[in-house]
Design a protein around this ligand. Structure first.
Ligand code: TGC
Ligand code: FAD
Length: 394
């Protein structure tokens, strides 16, 4: 398939780059250059074939996007949350599945080991995950428990120096290729605990999920546990309860708030470029008011969202961001990105449905992004509960 040169230029209508430090700009430009060089030329083909480009795992490790906020002594980047956000923005500008790989590895696998693990677990797993030598996945969702993970059935039973793990997780990013899985399961008291399951443990399988029209360049699968013997030393000792996995989700949702914006920027930039080149009725289509309305609305929404995620990044750096603030940003970025992708696709006319441009791939990917890490409805209900004090989930 012919792939167009990646000419992306980031919209910055309010000179928001002035809010970024030298280090932020360096980090952003390094990831942007990587995406232009290594992701844009290949990703459409992989998505069309529904194949995960496994070689990017090591590349992403070398680039430093796995666990950027984890301290350097464990192989992380020791960077702040704005740098982390910018990395996710640039990766998702290339493809949501690429950002997904980084989100899962950094926020959902390395973060819980760093925050809830003991020293031996941190030393054993974090450096290899940071470098991309090992790939991890995060098992929370089950076939019958998606938005309501507290009802999970996956369980561990005490058996001396190990536990016996039974159950199944579904919709797990990276599972078919993962070397380890951070799995959330109920103990015999019904309390949720995190446990690290390694590929090769008897009774542990990771069937691939086929037939997706979204995130086609990301591998999704199940985690099936049939009487798996897991050493007790693999249990994360420092957290009990749903706040464990939800704490990880706060980090990952923050990354998605920036990431979805990256996809929106790419769609806007593509539509803007196309509107100046495509001639109909003897004029570039960008000279027609209807197309200008679409572009003007896109850049307005992108600018509002850029301000929101930047401010959220500042609050994250200060340790003051609340889960509800993160939910609002994740929800807003997903909503504007989904709308922008759809409008951009229409602006490209028939060309918009082909793989020659990135917009249809972004549009389909964003259907997953608006669903995982908490659906659009769930994030609205989190905001609703925060402002009214009433719980409308149950
Ligand atoms: P609730 O009673 O509200 O909370 C239980 C405990 O957790 C605490 N908490 C949080 N802690 C940290 N961060 C958060 N975001 C938190 N939200 C809640 C809470 O304070 C409480 O603590 P404690 O000490 O009192 O026990 O729990 P609930 O059962 O009522 O559920 C609330 C609800 C519905 C919001 C929650 O279950 C939820 O967020 N559901 C959505 C599930 C979800 O997001 N799943 C994502 C699966 S992973 C995934 O999709 C990865 S995709 C990755 C990729 O490819 O990029
Ligand atoms: P359901 O919870 O069944 O929701 C169905 C509908 O009901 C939704 O519209 C929802 O908003 C609505 N709904 C649910 N509860 C309420 C309520 N109280 N009030 C109003 N409406 C409600 N999970 C992981 O653990 N790890 C992963 O790595 C992972 N990766 C994923 C990758 C992909 C590509 C996808 C699609 C999903 C992934 N997920 C992962 C799972 C994802 O987090 C769930 O799909 C999501 O949380 C929703 O759960 P569900 O699909 O069971 O939908």
């Amino acid at each position: 398939m012919a792939v167009r040169a990646d000419l992306f230029e980031s919209p910055d209508h309010y000179q928001l780059d002035e809010l970024l430090s030298e280090e932020h700009l360096m980090v952003r430009n390094a990831v942007r250059d990587y995406v232009k060089k290594e992701i844009s030329p290949i990703i459409e083909d992989y998505a069309q074939r529904a194949e995960f480009p496994i070689q990017i795992v090591k590349q992403l490790g070398d680039l430093g996007v796995f666990g950027p906020t984890v301290p350097t002594e464990y192989g992380g980047g020791g960077l702040d949350y704005i740098s982390y956000g910018l990395m996710m923005q640039e990766l998702e500008r290339g493809d949501s599945g690429v950002r997904s790989t980084a989100s899962v590895q950094g926020s959902l696998v390395m973060f819980p080991i760093y925050a809830y693990g003991n020293e031996a677990q941190k030393k054993k797993y974090l450096p290899k995950l940071a470098s991309g030598e090992w790939l991890g996945c995060f098992g929370l969702t089950e076939p019958d428990h998606g938005s309501n993970p507290s009802g999970m059935l996956t369980n561990i039973k005490d058996a001396g120096d190990h536990v016996i793990l039974n159950g199944a997780k579904m919709w797990i990013s990276n599972s078919p290729f993962a070397d380890i899985a951070v799995v959330w399961a109920k103990n015999e008291e019904g309390k949720i605990q995190g446990i690290i399951v390694e590929r090769g443990m008897e009774g542990f399988t990771t069937p691939t999920t086929h037939g997706k029209w979204s995130l086609r360049a990301s591998a999704t699968g199940e985690l099936v546990f049939d009487n798996v013997k897991v050493p007790k030393e693999n249990i994360l000792p420092n957290v009990i309860g749903l706040k464990g996995p939800l704490g990880c989700l706060s980090k990952a949702r923050y990354g998605i708030a920036w990431g979805a914006l990256g996809a929106a920027m790419d769609c806007y930039d593509t539509a803007l470029r196309y509107s100046k080149e495509r001639i109909q009725f003897d004029k570039p289509i960008g000279a027609f008011q209807l197309q200008q309305k679409k572009l003007a609305e896109m850049v307005t929404e992108i600018t509002k969202a850029q301000l929101m995620v930047w401010r959220l990044g500042v609050l994250m750096n200060e340790g003051r961001a609340t889960p509800a603030q993160i939910s609002m940003a994740k929800r807003n970025s997903c909503e504007i990105a989904t709308n922008i992708a759809r409008a951009a696709r229409q602006m490209l006319g028939g060309m918009g449905i082909t793989g020659e441009y990135s917009v249809m791939r972004h549009m389909m990917n964003l259907e997953s992004v608006i669903t995982y890490e908490g659906t659009h409805d769930i994030h609205l209900l989190i905001t609703g509960m925060e402002i009214t004090g009433f719980n409308a989930f149950k």
